[in-house]
Write a protein that binds this ligand. Structure first.
Ligand code: SF4
Ligand code: SF4
Length: 396
């Protein structure tokens, strides 16, 4: 499938390699969604980690992440959207214009989370021809009233799913979905924690492949177990020059937009932790599978997510402090997609945390999906690593 979000980039992968399953993640997801749709299940696309997938699963639906990571769809999006807009938003919209995201084409519903301004306004255009519900996320992270409003929003979302799909979402089904998502999060956390080793058995580029655009697929959960068993007994690489340990933070890297991560690792770095939404941020907390009130439990779990759309977002700094202690990075690299104002403004606080509190180097990289600035980014990354090595480079 050319120029499609599910292009298989690793057709020559060795089938005996336990990582091979996830190298074919997109084709697997398309097969899974197609079969589910044929069996009458509903495909529900989401664009943010604040949306509790558990509610969709408890309604019998298939939750799919819609975020676009391809540069190839951006020109089509720019026919309708401003050029000076986040590439993640443009890429997602470009798939809609071109009609070549199979998940979007089979979607029974899109969830429009009110996070950043660019996404909110793009959703209005998408809603002209696609079925959509708005999930209104309050943005004061520590305000008790805001949390209560979020609980109400999730109750409303439950009713919307029940009415649209003519199903009943029981509390038992919600608890079951919480347990499935907890298992998935726990397995992904264990994979991420392999990077705490002095010589981790995989790269950050390999780690970011170990996830799925659809949550809760039973075959994926089995494969996570296999990959974990394989990596636990694998001999770690014995590099002559140990790579510089990097903690990446900032914006999510949707499937296909891992270019900066690749540049870091091609130039002497090892990304030992990704704090962003395509890394550990959404999997650090679990929901309570025994709760009497699953909607409230989900609201509390998801509202804790430390995204820059929140004010204040001190929890992100707390998370970075804790991850720095656990993963021992020698520097922090912050990725900011062009025109992502919230992460861009917040980058000042992250730099201050890195340099003044953690005592490690910090680099902010602002870019989009075009490879035109790759050489310039590589030069800046090389200079960062020279500085880290010259200063002794002891992990924190
Ligand atoms: S970075 Fe923020 S807006 Fe983007 S997916 Fe994560 S939580 Fe949602
Ligand atoms: S990266 Fe920033 S601008 Fe882009 S969708 Fe996420 S929050 Fe919005």
């Amino acid at each position: 499938m050319t120029d499609c979000c599910c292009e298989n980039r690793d057709d020559d992968t060795n089938a005996d390699d336990p990582l091979a399953w996830f190298a074919r993640m997109m084709p697997h997801c398309v097969e899974y969604a197609t079969a589910a749709k044929e069996q009458g299940r509903r495909i529900v696309c989401i664009m943010c980690e604040y949306t509790p997938r558990e509610l969709i699963m408890a309604a019998g639906g298939v939750p799919v992440c819609l975020c676009g990571g391809s540069a190839k769809t951006i020109a089509a999006a720019e026919e309708y959207l401003p050029a000076n807009l986040c590439p993640l938003i443009k890429s997602t919209y470009g798939y809609h214009v071109q009609g070549n995201n199979p998940f979007l084409e089979m979607a029974d519903l899109i969830v429009a989370e009110t996070t950043c301004d660019g996404k909110k306004k793009m959703f209005e255009l998408l809603a002209e021809t696609r079925p959509m519900v708005v999930l209104e996320l309050p943005q004061c992270s520590e305000d008790a009233g805001a949390l209560e409003y979020w609980v109400e929003q999730l109750r409303k979302f439950r009713t919307q799913l029940e009415n649209r799909f003519d199903v009943q979402i029981t509390d038992d089904a919600l608890r079951e979905a919480i347990a499935v998502m907890n298992r998935e999060r726990a397995l992904r956390r264990e994979l991420a924690e392999l990077m705490t080793a002095d010589r981790p058995p995989l790269t950050g580029r390999q780690l970011i492949e170990l996830k799925s655009t659809i949550s809760g697929i039973p075959a994926d959960l089995e494969q996570y177990e296999k990959v974990l068993a394989h990596l636990r007994q694998k001999c770690p690489p014995d590099n002559e020059t140990p790579p510089v340990r990097v903690l990446m933070t900032g914006v999510p890297m949707a499937h296909g937009s891992e270019r900066v991560l690749e540049i870091i690792e091609d130039n002497g770095g090892l990304v030992v932790c990704m704090e962003n939404c395509t890394g550990v941020k959404p999997i650090l907390d679990d929901g309570d599978p025994e709760t009497d009130n699953p909607i409230r439990a989900l609201a509390e779990k998801y509202y804790r997510l430390p995204c820059s759309v929140m004010t204040r977002n001190d929890r992100r700094l707390d998370t970075l402090r804790s991850l720095a202690g656990q993963y021992r990075p020698q520097c922090i690299v912050e990725l900011v997609w062009q025109a992502c104002l919230t992460y861009d403004v917040e980058s000042y606080r992250v730099r201050r945390l890195a340099e003044q509190e953690l005592g490690i180097a910090y680099l902010r990289i602002e870019t989009d999906y075009s490879p035109s600035d790759s050489a310039r980014i590589a030069t800046r990354v090389e200079a960062l690593f020279e500085t880290v090595r010259a200063e002794g480079g002891t992990p924190t």
